[in-house]
Write a protein that binds this ligand. Structure first.
Ligand code: 13P
Length: 131
């Protein structure tokens, strides 16, 4: 199965997302990726991943990804949030994280938890291909 993963990062966390995606590039290349606009643009340009880019977060991108999740189209969310900077679209961010909780979808909101989630998914993907 191809994992469907959403990748989102606030501005001060985008460098972390690029580093993280680079570390898991081989695995992520085999996944169906969706991202908010600016995050997605950087993942494409700097990591070379194929990404379905939605609108930028402040323009509804989090809501678009949340809607996909509710439709059962997302298996996991990596959302590197910036807890130190107020965001104009805080309600959208909360809606996406709430949708993850409502639908019991893994949602990693910092780099440490992202490593745990991605390494586990990577392991699962590897086990399935070797059976
Ligand atoms: O604001 C965001 C998530 O809430 C991220 O959006 P961008 O990837 O477009 O910067």
């Amino acid at each position: 199965m191809k994992f469907r993963i959403a990748l989102i990062a606030h501005d001060k966390k985008k460098d972390d997302m690029i580093t993280l995606a680079g570390e898991y590039k081989a695995f992520l290349s085999g996944c169906a990726l969706v991202a908010t606009g600016t995050t997605g643009g950087r993942l494409i340009a700097e990591v070379g991943l194929e990404v379905d880019r939605k609108h930028s977060g402040p323009f509804g991108g989090d809501l678009q990804i949340g809607a996909m999740l509710v439709e059962g189209l997302i298996d996991c969310v990596i959302f590197l949030r910036d807890p130190m900077t107020p965001q104009p679209h805080e309600p959208d961010i909360n809606a996406l994280v709430r949708a993850c909780d409502v639908h019991n979808t893994p949602c990693a909101t910092n780099v440490s938890s992202a490593h745990l989630v991605l390494s586990q998914l990577q392991l699962q993907a590897a086990q399935k291909t070797t059976i």
